[in-house]
Design a protein around this ligand. Structure first.
Ligand code: ARG
Length: 719
């Protein structure tokens, strides 16, 4: 009897923690609804995604940047009828940083608008709301055939995609894209409204919003109030419009009620948002490259970048603010790379991948027709990675080391425009236009430029590149450094900053007004930028063939895997399009003998407290509220800060709404756990957790720390 019980409990526990792995496409949710309802969800597919009626997707926002509207860097959710949006603190971090000065330090002190007038505009940030999506695979495939080369195929896809997009947006203020899914086996159209007027409304001090800093990043248990508030504005007619004082708050089709009821172990939870990229179909060959090349080089180079930045930031309050966002961004994937390699080794993801490939090969070999179609897929991939290897190493060092310092990258970016400006063949009106754009770019560049640190970065990082990359793949100016400067990159860096017109705003300005080609050719920063362009194009060209082989092989591999398991519900890898992942609130076992609870409380903040100015500083006000147990109505004896769910999320999902069975907001997703950092490559059923800030902590901070009753009044809070 006892034994029977134990088995029952074990089965039940396994069932209770099972995540229905996947980042599901909203228009295909019907096939998941039964499982979702079994898990406790009270909503219908139409409540979540509908073309005809207001639904949850109308309140989910992809945050993007002007010029790159589809590569959503984060997600937000609308929480009031006046377009109020919640996202993470780390998503608005660079906005907060850009608005901060030593005198008005919103990073250290937080920022709160107590009226619409006080909200700060942020040109460059946009918010996309999905209008509808559609499977267009049939129409795309009709233009493709097996005889096409990879480039013919790409061109055909681009052509038909343009047509599809054009038809979808015709005559409307809409923006659309066709995105490939399953490594080019399926295609979906996404149609958005994109709002370019997004303003900063509120953010806690970083001692709360970034509590735990890089030490706690990617870790559970967590105690971070990782949230901030934005607002979407529209033209008076409700349509998207660039910033104007005449704009009004967005009147959304839907907004999330905010729950103050809290979560229990095992509760249904789902997350909607814009995950950036995952690699669930990565092969053993790709995995080897990720571990040995991408992750290893990224971690190695960024260790040096962070060391240089930190020394500068510690020495000057101005530099601390100037580099805050860049430092955090660099540190985020620096730590990720290391933790991912550790998790991949601990969990032996390689063995899992090899097994999948063995099964695939056996399935292929069982049928001559399959051999004809899929027989070479894995070989193409393997050979592609092998022949691109040197190029991949070069590209990794190029991206991480040569492109990290800002001055040579700036020259790389504007070099082309400068050349056109210098050319006698360029018509005058084109020149005037270029001048204007170059001056804007120059102003923007020097606003955040810190010559002292950047010079050190050039010295340190260019030397790493020289030592690690074969001389055949050096940018041409390295020869000059070797000869004229005897390989002394410090000296070279000093000269760059002392002499180049690109390093001095007045000189560059004067040059743009009166460009002389000869002066340009003698400029070492210009030359560096030009050599970087040449090198980048060459290395890219050399690996293009291999990349196409990998692409083609992967498309067939994934197609085969899906045909091999037709019963399985397959979900496509993340690609910055809107998705839903569902699962449950729940604890986990990070290692033998240890269980991590599913929530944390303010007590943990006090336990973690460290010195002022450090990552674990606790603001005095928070300590007072804690001492007085002043939590009501968001908590009684304790206040929950964060909780975890087994949802499948990744970067880009940051800020995503965590939604309960009734469609109410219970949190905002902000991180993953280090033990399952391999999850972007292979979902870890028992170990992977999504880390969320609890809406009760959010409401508590808005109410008792900020005193922003104006914001609470806008919301529909459910007690
Ligand atoms: N790991 C989080 C993400 O990628 C970012 C957290 C930011 N916090 C920090 N300490 N850097 O979404």
């Amino acid at each position: 009897m006892k034994k029977f019980f134990i088995i029952m409990i074990a089965l039940f526990a396994a069932f209770a923690t099972r995540a229905d792995e996947g980042m599901w496409l909203l228009s295909l949710l019907n096939k998941n609804m039964d499982t979702m309802r079994e898990m406790g969800c009270k909503l219908s597919a139409e409540d979540i995604y509908s073309v005809n009626q207001a639904c949850l997707k109308d309140a989910v926002v992809g945050l993007g940047r002007t010029g790159r509207p589809f590569s959503h860097f984060c997600t937000g959710e609308i929480i009031s009828p006046k377009g109020l949006v919640m996202t993470n603190h780390h998503c608005a971090f660079s906005l907060i940083q850009e608005q901060s000065t030593v005198e008005h330090d919103y990073l250290s002190n937080g920022f709160w608008a107590y009226s619409l007038q006080e909200e700060i505009s942020n040109p460059g940030t946009s918010a996309s709301i999905l209008q509808w999506m559609e499977d267009v695979t049939g129409r795309v495939n009709a233009t493709l055939n097996d005889g096409m080369s990879e480039s013919e195929r790409d061109a055909a896809i681009a052509t038909v995609s343009r047509e599809i997009v054009k038809e979808a947006v015709a005559g409307k203020k809409l923006v659309a894209q066709v995105q490939s899914m399953f490594e080019g086996n399926q295609f979906f159209l996404f149609v958005y409204k994109i709002y370019p007027d997004v303003r900063l409304v509120g953010a806690p001090s970083q001692s709360m919003g970034k509590f735990g800093g890089d030490t706690d990043n990617w870790m559970w248990p967590r105690h971070t109030a990782d949230f901030s508030l934005l607002r979407i504005y529209t033209a008076p007619d409700g349509e998207p419009a660039a910033y104007s004082p005449a704009n009004v708050p967005l009147r959304p089709r839907h907004f999330f009620p905010v729950s103050a009821k809290g979560v229990q172990d095992g509760d249904f939870a789902m997350v909607m948002g814009f995950p950036g990229s995952t690699d669930h179909f990565l092969t053993s060959f790709g995995l080897e490259e990720t571990m040995e090349v991408t992750n290893t080089i990224r971690h190695e180079v960024r260790t040096e970048i962070l060391r240089v930045m930190k020394a500068g930031m510690d020495a000057s309050p101005k530099t601390r603010i100037q580099y805050a966002a860049m430092y955090a961004q660099c540190a985020n994937y620096w730590k990720y790379s290391r933790e991912q390699n550790i998790a991949l080794r601990n969990l032996n993801t390689m063995a899992t991948k090899l097994q999948v490939e063995r099964d695939f090969t056996a399935w292929v070999n069982a049928d001559p027709a399959r051999v004809a179609r899929y027989g070479k897929a894995l070989e193409w991939i393997k050979e592609g990675y092998r022949s691109a290897r040197e190029g991949s190493v070069t590209t990794a060092y190029l991206g991480e080391a040569l492109f990290a310092p800002e001055l040579p990258r700036f020259a790389y970016e504007i070099g082309n425009a400068i050349e056109v400006l210098c050319s006698p063949d360029t018509p005058d009106n084109r020149k005037a236009n270029l001048r204007e754009r170059l001056k804007e770019a120059t102003t923007r560049f020097f606003e955040n430029m810190n010559a002292g640190i950047d010079e050190q970065l050039v010295a340190v990082l260019f030397e790493i590149y020289r030592d690690k990359v074969d001389a055949g793949n050096w940018p041409e100016f390295f020869q000059l450094v070797q000869k004229k400067y005897k390989g002394d990159f410090k000296k070279f860096a000093r000269e760059m900053y002392a002499k180049s017109i690109f390093a001095h705003p007045e000189k560059l300005d004067a040059f743009i007004d009166n460009p002389v080609l000869k002066k340009l050719d003698a400029d070492i920063v210009y030359r560096a930028g030009k050599d970087l362009r040449t090198l980048y194009a060459r290395v890219n060209g050399e690996t293009a063939g291999a990349r196409r082989d990998i692409e083609k092989g992967s498309r067939l591999f994934v197609d085969g895997l899906m045909k091999m398991n037709p019963e399985k519900a397959w979900s496509p890898d993340a690609n910055s399009t809107i998705r839903l992942t569902y699962g449950k609130v729940g604890s986990y076992r990070p290692k033998d003998g240890v269980i991590y609870d599913y929530y944390t409380t303010l007590t943990g903040v006090m336990e973690k407290e460290g010195p002022a100015g450090g990552e674990f500083e606790v603001p005095a006000k928070l300590k007072e509220l804690y001492a007085a147990r002043d939590f009501a109505p968001y908590g009684k004896d304790y206040l929950v800060t964060c909780f975890i769910t087994n949802n499948d999320i990744t970067g880009g999902n940051s800020g995503s709404p965590v939604i309960n069975a009734n469609g109410e907001l219970i949190g905002a997703a902000f991180d993953g756990n280090s033990e399952a950092m391999s999850g972007d490559i292979d979902f870890e059923e028992n170990l992977q957790r999504c880390i969320n800030v609890d809406t009760r902590y959010v409401l508590f901070v808005i109410d008792k720390i900020a005193g922003a009753k104006n914001l609470l009044e806008e919301m529909t809070i459910v007690y």
